[in-house]
Design a protein around this ligand. Structure first.
Ligand code: NAD
Ligand code: MN
Length: 478
């Protein structure tokens, strides 16, 4: 496997601190290796390398930056299998998802932003008195990315690809729960021919992330993960150099099923769609609301779908597996904890148990009719646990959808186009799916309302978040 923990200045480094993190295969409980956790020495070296590389990289012709991003994309595709194997070992993502979706999607993101590199435009305005104003967009400098473990390489690409296309230098830290796939990618960065220091990768835990968040020479940080960690990052930025912060913090997204919906698509979206990646998905619609006239029949159908998908839980290396283990023992404990709480808060309809006594497998679980203040209804579980409530009117449905401190995503199932758009417009969320769960697309911005985050990734907005405007006024006198 990978023999190093950090990639700094195009060199593979093991790291000097005594802090290590042991990674277990969540399907088998076996140890699959240790990473060294970066501390001051490694973080300072990575930031210094990025700082030194920044100005020359920003001055590199955009077409050259684009060519390198395209080269990296090709190498990600060519090394799909190795990246996927590394990911499966660490966090148990099924091969169908990692190999067929997450890794190819990362390559596509690098290609998408390669296309932007030479299309960054400025602005000019009509002459005003004796002045001409122009605006140019410049890279921000040294940008740090901190990522989660659920769609590891995709998250990396959403942060690093626009940053590099815009001319920034990067230090990226992935989650300690999924460190190996990113370290395979480190090798590809060198193979692609990026200049030393432009793209650095460090491994480590929360303490490593905290060092990045409080560093005095990082200009921007982009974080994806839990709300509590997001708050700590803003705090660390405020207490250090006021680095710019963008956040993607997950959610408790609603799914509304109206009585005029196509029932089969609604059942598929709320079972298979919800359970994708063991529901370890920030946009997973974990609060389902069904309109009363169809509720009994729909809930019965959903129960059957969940029972059927219980058979698709298994070995993440098997191509037929749809639902793998949870990412690690901490996630298992967390999810089983919520299930126990749920048993006293609502009616258990299906599931509700761990599957087997090896690994971190959990049955797809549904709870009916939790109270509005129930923890399973309010808090992000990040696992295969769905809550179901019913509603009567469209107005009530919108109210329920917005009854959350989060606002990342929502789904609306209805056969009535006017209602679909009307309801989508009233939902306080950054992404809305109509008649299927929201599917991210390269060109359209992704991010959250309310406590689901700050800023947007993907699309032109994702690019602009790695640029800063400079207004220049030119005197026309003389
Ligand atoms: P986390 O927030 O602890 O970890 C995410 C990343 O932040 C990791 O790289 C971690 O090392 C780093 N980190 C942790 N503490 C930090 C700090 N103080 N400063 C800087 N970086 C820090 O999340 P987790 O423990 O991996 O998962 C816990 C929960 O977070 C999940 O159950 C889920 O609710 C949520 N989550 C959300 C997403 C998402 O896509 N929005 C992804 C993963 C996890
Ligand atoms: Mn693990």
């Amino acid at each position: 496997m990978v023999e190093y923990s950090h990639f700094i200045n195009n060199e593979y480094i093991e790291g000097s601190s005594s802090a290590t993190y042991e990674v277990l295969n969540p399907a088998t409980d076996e140890s699959v290796g240790k990473i060294n956790c970066a501390r001051e020495t490694e973080i300072d070296a990575a930031v210094a390398a990025a700082r030194a590389a920044f100005e020359p990289w920003a001055a590199t012709p955009a077409a050259k930056r684009a060519a390198l991003l395209n080269k990296l994309a090709d190498l990600i595709d060519a090394n799909n299998e190795e990246i996927v194997k590394a990911e499966i070992k660490a966090m148990g993502q099924p091969v169908s998802i990692a190999g067929g979706f997450v890794v190819p999607y990362a390559a596509q993101t690098f290609r998408y932003y390669a296309g932007w590199a030479d299309k960054i435009e400025g602005q000019t305005f009509p002459v005003e008195g004796d002045r001409l104003h122009i605006v140019q967009y410049e890279p921000i400098g040294v940008c740090a990315g901190i990522g989660p473990w659920n769609v590891t390489i995709s998250t990396l690409s959403w942060k690093v690809a626009p940053a590099l296309a815009a001319g920034n230098a990067v230090v990226y830290k992935t989650s300690e729960k999924s460190p190996f796939s990113v370290l395979v990618l480190a090798r590809l960065v060198k193979e692609a021919g990026f200049p030393a220091g432009v793209f650095n990768i460090v491994s480590g835990d929360g303490a490593t992330g905290a060092l990045l968040a409080s560093h005095m020479d990082i200009d921007k940080i982009s974080f994806t993960g839990s709300g509590p960690s997001g708050r700590k990052i803003i705090e660390a930025a405020a207490k250090s150099n006021l680095k710019k912060v963008t956040l993607e913090l997950g959610g408790k997204s609603p799914s509304l099923v109206f009585d005029d919906a196509d029932i089969e698509s609604a059942l598929t979206g709320n079972s298979q769609g919800f359970l994708f990646n063991s529901s370890q998905v920030c946009i997973a619609a974990s609060r389902l609301f069904v309109q009363k006239p169809i509720a009994d029949k729909f809930i019965e159908g959903l129960k059957e779908r969940f029972q059927g998908l219980d058979g698709a839980v298994g070995d993440p290396n098997a191509p037929s597996t749809y639902i793998g283990p949870l990412a690690d023992k901490a996630q298992l404990k967390r999810v089983l904890g919520y299930i126990e709480v749920g048993k006293s808060e609502a009616k258990l309809l299906v599931g509700g148990e761990r599957k087997g006594d090896t690994g971190t497998f959990v049955q797809p679980t549904i709870f009916l009719n939790p109270a509005k203040d129930a923890r399973i209804y309010k808090e992000e579980i990040f696992g295969p646990v769905l809550t179901v409530l019913t509603f009567e009117t469209e107005e009530e449905a919108v109210e329920l959808a917005n009854d959350t401190s989060y606002g990342l995503s929502a789904t609306v199932y209805t056969g009535n186009t006017a209602r679909a758009i009307r309801v989508a417009s009233k939902i306080k969320a950054g992404t809305v799916g109509i008649n299927a769960p929201f599917a991210p697309s390269m060109g359209s911005p992704f991010g959250g309302y309310k406590q689901s985050g700050a800023g947007r990734e993907l699309g032109k907005e994702g690019l602009m978040s790695y640029l800063q405007a400079k207004s220049i006024s030119i005197s026309l006198v003389g």
